[in-house]
Design a protein around this ligand. Structure first.
Ligand SMILES: *Cc1c(COP(=O)(O)O)cnc(C)c1O
Length: 395
């Protein structure tokens, strides 16, 4: 008996799930770069619009290449349904905003990607949606923040950029007891190392721009959840407001998924080696790596993640000046604000991704002036270690 792709192991699903072959029997998934579709008759067209005929109508709604990308993600993540979006932020904004109305309340962990923080802190209140930010690692704060009108909990884990790990099952339980849903931004963990839906979350969002493309080419995002959540809250909102992904970008991301497992594993192995070298380096005052025994939530990492991270966080002695000198001395790793790429990328969060925050808020999140986020790429680990140690030598 032949297996359905969903029954294979994740590596196999990443290569085969969701493939829709055309009449030409192509090996590689086809790119259907089309806005619309033609019908054989007016009757067929009417049936399509009534939902009685399952075909495609318009690429703002759906498209065969986009459907392949969504199906492959659904089977990888163990979700029932998904909708892809033009960017990670389109996915995050839609997942949070679409189900809510004025008078509702959202609780989110304070340690968020800058644009996610904008949505929670600035955008939602303008539409009468109350928000509360909590220290995500403190379960009592989540509990105390719950109100009768709380509808959504939102978090990222590991967090950006300090790589704290939040207790997804415990936070999901608090959300559900309070009648709310938990939305998890799983970008830093990747679908390879963490499955939030299996841990109790209701909705998972990705910026596919990061590891899923993984080669710095295009933007994309996706929302994964139950069929009911998509049908009730997401389906119509996305059709009518149109934050849709281009079929071209969906095709790039679909092909990116084929190599996601090998890339994330190799990048994680490299990040772990870098973390071990930096842990005892005399120019480093703090090192955070979710795969090490000295990570503040090491037990939780073991419980809810299958692997460490492609990212390493560390603090260079000498504050901003020390960090800048190290960054400027790097020859191989590139200064950038992106992550999850085949090329190693280094970021100084205090002056880039988190420069909008007040200094005291940055300090509370552990983002010091000397803090650097290193996204390990696919280069040889020894070349990266030599690059980093030479740069630190001069810092
Ligand atoms: C990059 C990122 C986003 C936003 O994704 P885009 O594709 O750039 O819109 C959201 N959340 C996290 C954690 C990210 O790293």
């Amino acid at each position: 008996m032949s297996k359905s792709p969903a029954n294979y192991r994740p590596e196999t699903r990443l290569v085969h799930s969701g493939t829709l072959r055309s009449q030409y029997g192509e090996t590689s998934e086809a790119l259907f770069l089309t806005q619309g579709y033609v019908y054989n008759s007016a009757e067929e067209c009417e049936a399509r619009f009534k939902g009685e005929d399952p075909g495609f109508i318009y690429s703002r709604y759906s498209n065969p290449t986009i459907a392949m990308f969504e199906r492959r993600m659904i089977e990888l993540e163990g979700a029932e349904a998904a909708r892809s979006a033009a960017t990670g932020m389109a996915a995050v904004t839609t997942a949070i905003l679409a189900p809510l109305k004025s008078g509702d309340h959202v609780v989110a962990s304070r340690a968020l990607f800058g644009s996610c923080l904008y949505v929670i802190q600035d955008l939602l209140p303008r539409y009468g949606i109350e928000t509360t930010l909590v220290d995500g690692a403190n379960l009592d704060e989540w509990q105390r923040a719950v109100k009768p009108n709380t509808k959504t909990f939102f978090l990222e884990s590991p967090t950006n950029p300090t790589l704290d790990v939040l207790d997804i099952p415990a936070i999901a339980e608090i959300a559900h007891k309070g009648g709310a849903r938990l939305v998890v931004d799983n970008v830093f963990a990747t679908p390879i190392w963490q499955s939030p839906l299996a841990l109790g979350a209701d909705v998972v969002v990705y910026s596919a721009t990061k590891h899923i493309d993984g080669q710095g080419r295009c933007l994309g995002g996706i929302i994964l959840s139950s069929e009911a959540f998509i049908a009730e809250h997401i389906h119509n909102f996305m059709r009518q407001t149109g934050p849709s992904i281009s079929p071209f970008n969906a095709w790039v991301l679909l092909k990116g998924l084929e190599t996601l497992g090998v890339r994330v594993r190799a990048q994680t192995d490299t990040a772990a080696r870098i973390a071990d070298v930096l842990a005892s380096h005399p120019k480093i005052s703090r090192l955070v790596y979710p795969g090490r025994a000295d990570h503040p939530q090491a037990a939780l990492v073991k419980k809810q993640m299958r692997g460490g991270s492609t990212l390493v966080g560390f603090e260079v002695k000498g504050g901003k000046q020390g960090a800048f000198r190290a960054l400027n001395e790097l020859k191989l790793a590139k200064i950038s604000n992106n992550l999850g790429d085949a090329k190693s990328l280094v970021t100084h969060p205090a002056t880039t991704t988190h420069q909008r925050l007040k200094p005291e808020d940055r300090a509370a999140l552990g983002i010091s002036e000397g803090f650097i986020r290193f996204s390990a790429g696919l280069e040889h680990a020894d070349d990266l270690i030599e690059d980093l140690t030479a740069a630190l030598e001069k810092a």
